[in-house]
Write a protein that binds this ligand. Structure first.
Ligand code: NAD
Ligand code: AHE
Ligand code: ZN
Ligand code: ZN
Length: 369
């Protein structure tokens, strides 16, 4: 079938809105009609050419809300008409990782997914007979996309897909990093570096976890109002100080915070986020994704003296079993998705969504098909 899509032909170039061919779902796969998709900084990161796994031409997008249009042979857990969220972190329930009970990082299809291919090693997308790669196993910048059954979370049909699409990445990632990865305890002090879609969601997670102080950090003060509206108790701009931001936070908090979260993808900020943690017990969670060749550094003494460095992908959330619960929480008003949607537009304007993100003017743009 034909599908409208935004194709990334090469790194650093605007997406082209065009029609592509989508092959039918094979065994264990489903065809989805994407109703809406958010645009996450990770899409921009890969488009920039910084992603070591970046591969072109590709159809980006991984924050979708969709409806099952067709099912391939052997699919049993999904039916035509189901409302779903595509998962870039699948949940097969059978691999060593799923069975460990220690991680959400199902590896059943990770190697083909990282190569832009379906589990059988081929692509369902093409144009003029030439294959186009999938992206993060989701490719939600195409109106029709094909996913493995294990990478699809069935959700409540009453939930608005044009809002809960944000639970497909950003909002779940931020909340989950605080509640699942850090598991903050009530009364904790928290610093959140980067107040975009991920950092603001971490603010929500910190409020849910009953943090006593939530310090937002951003170089763009335009983000502070919304951060405070969501529950940040104070916000600081590193540009306003002539000492390192980790020292500012250590001074503000009698020795450092209990937990910090890096939601930018900047390895220098990752260091600041670790070093603003309290000696003896402070934990810093890396959420931001850094470019090829980038490495983190600190004095080992920072760890010897009790600070902990961790990372979090998709907020540690197991998509098929846990994401429907996040949708229910949003439906009950516990997760204010509307606050994140600063812009809405059609697929034809998707490059504008990237511009708004780079200009620091949007939190999330939702693309409607
Ligand atoms: P965003 O662009 O919406 O937000 C980034 C924020 O960081 C902006 O408000 C910006 O002003 C701020 N910032 C930039 N440089 C800064 C600096 N030096 N100091 C302080 N603030 C600074 O991006 P987003 O969509 O929220 O994504 C944030 C990061 O999280 C990206 O790296 C993205 O790739 C990553 N991410 C990771 C996961 C995961 O599962 N680990 C999931 C989603 C996104
Ligand atoms: N391809 C990148 C990795 C990017 C990355 O870490 N992605 C996160 C999700 S970001 C969503 O916005 C993730 O889930 N990572 C776990 C995984 O298996 O990719 C690189 O650096 O190679
Ligand atoms: Zn994302
Ligand atoms: Zn698995």
């Amino acid at each position: 079938m034909r599908s409208r899509a935004a194709v990334a032909w090469a790194a650093g170039q605007p997406l082209e809105i065009t029609e592509v061919d989508v092959a039918p779902p094979q065994a264990g796969e489903v065809l989805l009609r994407v109703v809406a998709t958010g645009v996450c900084h990770t899409d921009a990161y890969t488009l920039s050419g910084d992603d070591p796994e970046g591969i072109f031409p590709a159809i980006l997008g991984h924050e979708g809300g969709a409806i099952v249009e067709a099912i391939g042979p052997g699919v049993t857990s999904l039916a035509v008409g189901d409302h779903v969220i595509p998962l870039y972190t699948p949940e097969c329930g059978k691999c060593k990782f799923c069975l460990s009970g220690k991680t959400n990082l199902c590896q059943a299809i990770r190697s083909t997914q990282g190569k832009g291919l379906m589990p059988d090693g081929t692509s369902r997308f093409s144009k003029d007979g030439k294959p186009i790669f999938h992206y993060m196993g989701t490719s939600t910048f195409s109106e029709y996309t094909v996913l493995p059954e294990i990478a699809v979370a069935k959700i409540n049909k009453e939930a608005p897909l044009e809002k809960v699409c944000l639970l497909g990445c950003g909002v779940t990632t931020g909340i989950g990093a605080v509640l699942n990865t850090a598991k903050i305890t009530p009364g904790s002090t928290v610093a959140i570096f980067g107040l975009g879609g991920i950092g603001l969601s971490a603010v929500i997670g910190a409020v849910m976890g009953k943090a006593s102080r939530i310090i937002g950090v951003d170089t763009n003060p335009a983000k502070f109002e919304i951060a405070k509206q969501l529950g940040a108790t104070e916000c600081v701009n590193p540009k306003d100080f002539d000492k390192p931001i980790q020292q500012v936070i250590v001074d503000l908090t009698d020795g450092g915070v209990d937990y910090s979260f890096e939601c930018i993808g900047n390895v220098n900020v990752m260091r600041s986020a670790l070093e603003c943690c309290h000696k003896g017990w402070g934990e810093s969670i890396i959420i931001g994704v850094a470019g090829a060749g980038q490495e983190i550094a600190t004095r080992p003494f920072q760890l010897v003296t009790g600070r902990v460095w961790r990372g979090s992908a998709f907020g540690g959330v197991r998509g098929r079993s846990e994401l429907p619960g996040y949708v229910e929480r949003a439906q009950r008003g516990e997760i204010p998705l509307d606050t994140f949607i600063t812009h809405k537009m059609g697929l034809a304007d998707i490059n504008k969504a990237f511009d708004l993100m780079h200009e620091g003017k949007s939190i999330r743009t939702v693309i409607h098909y």
